[in-house]
Design a protein. Structure first.
Length: 147
């Protein structure tokens, strides 16, 4: 695993169709991602490969605005993204069917930090913080799906 690689899986008490119906609405990610403050689309496209947007992200005192572009989109299964900004890299949500009308959501990111943010050392230091925040985000998403 590289310094900036993070993978988190979370079981969801709903089927993949219900989860995807929420996940596909990129503009609503700010409702369950505590670190995502705002999303502004570039153009009219709101879903699918090629959708681009700027996401203002804040963790503690650190704020960045990243340009993100959807690179993969498989209905009910996968949404991939590239990050361009202070931190660059790729990410992906993957949805797998589980037993008894449930599913598992996996969030993978491979991030590169700039040299002045300590590069691989900065990524290593950020990993536990990002894992904590993203686990909480997936718990919040679960709560939104079941409320």
């Amino acid at each position: 695993m590289s310094a900036g690689a993070i993978t988190i899986s979370h079981p969801m008490p709903v089927n993949a169709t219900i989860l995807w119906e929420e996940l596909r609405h990129i503009d609503r990610h700010v409702q369950w991602m505590a670190d995502a403050e705002s999303i502004e689309f570039e153009g009219d496209q709101r879903e699918g490969v090629g959708t681009s947007f700027r996401c203002r992200t804040k963790i503690g005192p650190f704020v960045t605005v990243d340009r993100m572009t959807i690179t993969s989109w498989v209905e009910r299964r996968e949404m991939g993204v590239t990050h361009q900004g202070l931190v660059t890299g790729v990410g992906k949500f993957t949805v797998l069917d589980g037993p008894n009308d449930t599913c598992v959501l996996t969030w993978q990111e491979s991030l590169r930090f700039p040299w002045w943010a300590l590069g691989p050392i900065g990524a290593t230091l950020a990993r536990p913080v990002l894992q904590f925040v993203w686990r909480k985000n997936l718990q919040r998403l679960e709560g939104n799906l079941t409320s």
